[in-house]
Design a protein around this ligand. Structure first.
Ligand code: IVH
Length: 687
């Protein structure tokens, strides 16, 4: 109902008198404060972002119409959260501003027209950047070294999180090049990739900790940790998008500044564009609205900025929002719908996973009818009940989630959820290990478990057997050809071609995919085994630590628990797994089939002054063969690639370069001569 009310009110706003406007403004502020509290403090929002935006927009509209109603404490006048004293507070030399929003092309055009009118010109060039959904930080550099990092806080004062930011590898501690202002500040967004976010939540679920609602919260929660060791364990990254201030010269345009920052070693997003006309910005926006989920991280729109800095002062700032930039938002990926019932799915480790059956709803262009609810605790914490109106969200590949109920829409007929005492598939009494949030079906022969284990084993992050989707897994189990994953490796061509809908060609393809999977890295195999509490990240840690399945199987519980990231629950679970005779048989069969059981030596993860930077070397170098040059890059933590893409940071050009140079120029990639490259190597002590 709330939406309808806002809409009607917005329509009649123009006919309001000051008295009515004041009443409405006060109402809106009270609502917004309430929702801020639900969102930021309780982490339990009642309305979707889109609904919240609507309230804000109506308030802004009224304040624009009746400026006498603006008060310093209006929600429109604040930028972010209050800084937490425990970190130490940092004054920003120039405030970290916020952005006005445009939700459609009309609004974008209106913004541009206003700017053009103020500047008294026909048009001006624009830079488009992805709007990263993370946490804004300001990084100060002195003589090329990182000296201080702070959160935005309220825009004027932020939290000093320098030590935590030092743990993020893509934040350079020292910059490349000699000519730069003696002291300057860059701004950027710290974020967590979707994959890292999912892994983190997976592990938190396994460890009985509450999940983060989205990658942004996870990133913010990780940076605002009082113990920087915790931050260090989280996979965080940064995109740098702005120069804050500088004591010394810098380029005259934003576009050139971004490249200048990139050359110093900052991670600048490759998906940026510069356009002369607003129509081209619109085209860029449409492309990204469709492709946003192709990115490894979440973006919620574009930021469109005027390119030449000399316009910024004249355009000025309204409230906290500069007129020289605007956030061009994508359609929301949240919606509200009815939760019809809560059902149970039996997972690969026998865990009983609750999920929501929803009245189908369109979210971000896709219809969803199911969403995960993680576990019992999660349901209790969010207090969702069958019959509730709930907020759901989806973001790319992430499984749709139920964010929470809209409490104000309750009728009193909603039903509390009770976890079953028996496995809904095989009827065995379920167990709940002490201190765990999950309940498990302990029956190893439970058909649901065999199916889940098999589909997990062949899945992408595990043994990655292409062509073996859920329906084939089901058929193989049903036909008795496979009982556990190791049986996959004894399937024959004859058996496969007999299956309905399996042609000769697909049988061949499947067999070769199975063959290929035998050589997967040890970490994948460990993950594929489906050991309770061992997600992909934990599997990688175990693989690195033990180097082979046999060494892992021999490890005592104490040895396992002695590894820093392995808690007692994981240690016990891994140890138990290898003590179970049926698991032992599966492993023996895998070994006999020729599946790789030990790790080959893996290169150390990238670290060093060039970490996060990609180099391409083209043409003939006078001083060394290309392979040698590439080795130097790797030694310093960078990566070397063969082809120039938008992601390439530096192209090193030798004698008679080919088309790569043109491509690099098109992408605006930094080009280094051989001399400059050698200088860079020397500076970092590689030569
Ligand atoms: S420019 C006035 N560029 O969006 C300039 N901000 O709503 C403001 N953000 O606080 C910053 N990606 O946290 C800028 N490419 C980008 C951005 C970006 C994400 C965030 C940033 C800012 C918020 C403003």
């Amino acid at each position: 109902m709330r939406t309808t009310v806002c809409y009607t009110m917005a329509v009649v706003a123009s006919e309001m008198n000051l008295y009515q406007a004041r009443q409405r403004v006060e109402d809106l502020r009270a609502q917004i404060r309430y929702h801020d509290y639900r969102y930021y403090v309780l982490d339990s929002p009642e309305i979707s972002d889109a609904e919240y935006d609507k309230l804000m927009r109506e308030l802004r509209g009224l304040e624009a119409q009746f400026p006498q109603l603006i008060t310093p404490d209006s929600p429109t006048q604040r930028v972010g959260g209050e800084p937490v004293e425990a970190f130490g507070v940092t004054e920003h030399r120039t405030p970290l501003l916020s952005l006005a929003n445009a939700f459609n092309y009309e609004e974008l055009k209106a913004w541009y027209r206003r700017a053009v009118t103020i500047l008294e010109i026909e048009s001006f060039p624009l830079v488009c950047e992805p709007k990263i959904d993370g946490l804004a930080v300001a990084l100060v550099y002195e003589d090329g070294r990182f000296v201080q990092g702070a959160t935005r806080g309220d825009g004027f004062r932020g939290e000093n999180v320098t030590e935590n930011l030092r743990t993020i590898r893509s934040i350079p501690m020292r910059l490349l090049g000699k000519k730069m202002p003696s002291r300057f500040e860059v701004r950027g967004e710290v974020y967590m990739s979707r994959v890292a976010f999912e892994r983190l939540n997976e592990e938190r679920t396994d460890q009985g900790q509450p999940c983060f609602a989205n990658p942004r919260n996870a990133a913010a929660g990780s940076v605002r940790q009082l113990d920087s060791r915790i931050t260090a364990q989280r996979s965080l990254d940064i995109w740098v998008y702005q120069l804050g201030w500088a004591d010394g010269p810098y380029p005259p345009t934003h576009w050139e500044t971004l490249h200048w920052l990139q050359d110093m070693g900052f991670r600048v997003n490759p998906e940026i564009g510069r356009y002369e006309r607003l129509e081209d910005v619109e085209r860029h926006y449409r492309q990204w609205a469709d492709r946003r989920h192709d990115l490894e991280y979440e973006i919620d729109g574009l930021v469109v900025k005027a390119d030449p800095f000399h316009y910024y002062e004249r355009l000025g700032v309204v409230g906290r929002e500069p007129r020289w930039a605007i956030a061009y938002k994508f359609p929301p990926i949240q919606a509200t719908t009815k939760l019809l019932s809560i059902e149970i799915n039996v997972g690969r480790t026998g865990s009983l996973n609750p999920y929501a059956v929803l009245e189908p709803v369109q979210v971000g262009g896709v219809t969803i009818s199911k969403a995960t609810l993680h576990n019992e605790e999660d349901i209790r914490r969010k207090d969702v009940r069958a019959g509730d109106t709930v907020i759901v969200q989806r973001a790319g590949d992430v499984i749709p989630q139920v964010v929470g109920p809209v409490v104000s829409k309750r009728t009193g007929r909603e039903k509390d959820f009770v976890m079953p005492d028996r496995c809904p598939v095989c009827g065995t009494d379920v167990e709940r290990p002490e201190g765990e949030v999950m309940r498990y079906c302990p029956n190893p022969a439970c058909p649901a478990q065999a199916f889940r284990w098999l589909t997990h084993f062949v899945s992408r992050g595990a043994m990655d057997i292409e062509g073996l989707g859920e329906s084939w897994c089901y058929v193989l189990l049903e036909q008795g050809l496979v009982r556990d994953p190791s049986d996959i490796y004894s399937l024959t061509r004859e058996q496969l071609v007999e299956l309905e809908r399996m042609g000769e060609k697909s049988a061949e393809n499947l067999l070769s995919a199975i063959e290929v999977s035998k050589g997967r890295p040890l970490a994948r195999l460990i993950f594929a085994l489906g050991i309770r509490h061992v997600g992909s990240e934990m599997a990688a840690i175990l693989a690195r630590q033990f180097g082979s399945i046999d060494a892992l199987a021999r490890a005592s519980e104490d040895e396992l628990a002695a590894i820093p990231t392995v808690g007692p629950r994981i240690a016990e679970s891994v140890h138990q797994y290898f003590r179970d005779a049926s698991n032992g048989r599966v492993i023996e069969k895998l070994r006999r089939a020729g599946v790789r059981m030990a790790e080959e030596v893996t290169p150390a993860p990238a670290e060093g002054p060039l970490a996060g930077l990609t180099f391409v070397i083209t043409g003939t170098l006078a001083s060394m063969p290309r392979s040698k040059a590439e080795e130097y890059v790797r030694q310093l933590g960078g990566s070397a690639s063969d082809s120039v893409t938008k992601k390439t940071n530096h192209l090193v050009v030798g004698e008679s370069p080919g088309s790569k140079l043109q491509k690099a120029q098109r992408y605006g990639t930094n080009v280094l001569s051989e001399q400059e490259f050698l200088e860079l190597l020397r500076r970092h002590g590689a030569m």
